[in-house]
Design a protein around this ligand. Structure first.
Ligand code: HEC
Ligand code: HEC
Ligand code: HEC
Ligand code: HEC
Ligand code: HEC
Length: 346
């Protein structure tokens, strides 16, 4: 019935069209009308493109810095299972921040311009805005990371959920995964001082001045004006190898107004702090190994049941290790975690 009616409608439309063609071809043409007014000139199709693809070298500079970064390396872009893709692949991240989707992606690409900026979405300089810079509710611990544009970074550089998560004074825990821990990138938690288990001990938990003073978070220190394509800017490196192969620090961020007054002052702080934190990490690791809580490759031999306090010490070691800043992000907090964890094993 429905189909018949549709056919009829179609047939009558066709007839009407035919008739109108017949009529117009029989009508005689009249004299030509006056020419109309000139239209407004159209926009140059390439004009919006040249906001970025022009004779300046901004794009080139960013590309050169980026190509020297660990983000560009692609070393871990094969970590593309449903639980890994959101941080290790570009499209996986974009899906995740859009609506929380965590899924494997086709043709995974390393983190690139489009991961962090909505490139070629409006073809205006707005394409260089930050894809997502809203505060991040941290997955581990109770709190939010809220440090300007670097909120973007916290979506990936945060501790991953730990199961089972020990409760001090609570029941023993049984660990079944050899990669038990907060994973490699808990930098947001460390800077904010949120997440690891505050085992009581001789040291009071306090945050370094970085937690409150460095309101731009990661970006202030890791994206200060670039040193060639070795440090800062879109290399994201704070520590890099100079042309002659020596280890150098990108100090520009440290010297921001209201922060440290000179490079020598920063060096005098960073070197001893680094030595101290590294030594404490070694001590804690050795203790955990002697007690059979961590093995020679610093992971748990599973399955393993331990007390909540022991599991907390394991987590704290992995947390400070995964942060990879050896105290630079939050010296006081890192030190208290290590010292009190060591004491808890005595
Ligand atoms: C907001 C800055 C911006 C604007 C505006 C812009 N582009 Fe791009 N374009 C980029 C960036 C960034 C890349 C990526 C560079 C890379 O990864 O090598 C790119 C890459 C390209 C590429 C290389 C292939 C690709 O897609 O990666 C082409 C071609 C291109 N753009 C053409 C255009 C055209 C045509 C327009 C205007 C209609 C335009 N772009 C507008 C920033 C911009
Ligand atoms: C919440 C984001 C996040 C998730 C989810 C995640 N990773 Fe990572 N991963 C990172 C970050 C960030 C780093 C780099 C941190 C650093 O260098 O300090 C990293 C580093 C690594 C490294 C070490 C690379 C090296 O050379 O040191 C491996 C291996 C790795 N991840 C594997 C995985 C696997 C496998 C999964 C899924 C089971 C996974 N990751 C899920 C954020 C994540
Ligand atoms: C990991 C995320 C990330 C990636 C990848 C990334 N950017 Fe950025 N970009 C940022 C952040 C964050 C800022 C803002 C920095 C600030 O607040 O000082 C920024 C700023 C910019 C700016 C404007 C401010 C400035 O520094 O001059 C441009 C232009 C830019 N990016 C281009 C690019 C291009 C081109 C690429 C690819 C080669 C790229 N970005 C890749 C995060 C990223
Ligand atoms: C999409 C997730 C993601 C975002 C967003 C992101 N990162 Fe990363 N970052 C990673 C991963 C994954 C690695 C390790 C890459 C690898 O090993 O392949 C990494 C590596 C790094 C490294 C180098 C670590 C090393 O050991 O060499 C630094 C520094 C860094 N990121 C800082 C930042 C900063 C600052 C921001 C924000 C401007 C940011 N990242 C945004 C996932 C991310
Ligand atoms: C106060 C400055 C400062 C802030 C803020 C900061 N970092 Fe760092 N970060 C450093 C310094 C300095 C090191 C190098 C420590 C060393 O090895 O001596 C470092 C090391 C790292 C590393 C280890 C790899 C490397 O480049 O040496 C990663 C990854 C990293 N930071 C990511 C982040 C992320 C993500 C944030 C934001 C959540 C952040 N950092 C905030 C100063 C900072």
């Amino acid at each position: 019935m429905e189909r018949k009616r549709a056919l009829l409608t179609f047939a009558s439309l066709f007839l009407m069209l035919f008739a109108s063609i017949m009529i117009s071809s029989c009508t005689k043409e009249g004299p030509e009308g006056k020419p109309g007014l000139d239209g407004i000139d159209g926009k140059d199709g390439a004009e919006s493109c040249s906001a970025c693809h022009n004779l300046s070298e901004v794009l080139q500079a960013k590309l050169s810095q980026y190509s020297n970064s660990t983000h560009a390396s692609g070393d871990n872009v094969h970590r593309n299972s449903s639980t890994c893709a959101r941080c290790h692949t570009s499209m996986g991240f974009r899906n995740y921040i859009k609506d929380g989707t965590m899924a494997t992606v086709d043709n995974p690409t390393p983190i690139n311009c489009r991961t962090c900026h909505p490139i070629h979405e409006t073809y205006t300089p707005n394409d260089y805005s930050i894809r997502k810079a809203t505060p991040v509710t941290l997955a581990v611990g109770v709190g939010t990371y809220n440090y300007g544009n670097s909120n973007l970074c916290a979506n990936c550089h945060e501790a991953r959920t730990v199961t089972p998560y020990p409760v001090l004074g609570g029941t023993d825990v049984t660990i079944t995964s050899s990669s038990y821990g907060a994973h490699y990138g808990p930098q947001s938690n460390m800077l904010a001082g949120i997440g690891p288990i505050q085992i009581p001990g001789s040291m009071t938990y306090m945050n370094s001045a970085h937690t409150t003073l460095v309101t731009g978070g990661c970006v202030t220190c890791h994206m200060s004006p670039a040193t060639g394509n070795r440090g800062g800017g879109h290399t994201w490196a704070v520590k890099y190898l100079s042309a002659s192969g020596t280890e150098s620090y990108q100090y520009t961020g440290c010297l921001s107004t209201g922060c440290h007054a000179s490079t020598s002052i920063v060096t005098a702080l960073i070197n001893p702090n680094r030595t101290e934190i590294t030594a404490l990490m070694d001590q804690l690791l050795a203790k955990l190994q002697v007690k059979g809580l961590l093995n020679s490759s610093a992971s748990v031999t599973t399955p393993k049941t331990m007390t909540a306090l022991q599991a907390a010490a394991v987590l704290n070691y992995k947390f400070v290790y995964g942060d990879h800043s050896y105290g630079a992000h939050n010296y006081r907090f890192s030190k208290a975690l290590l010292v009190n964890s060591i004491e808890s094993l005595n």
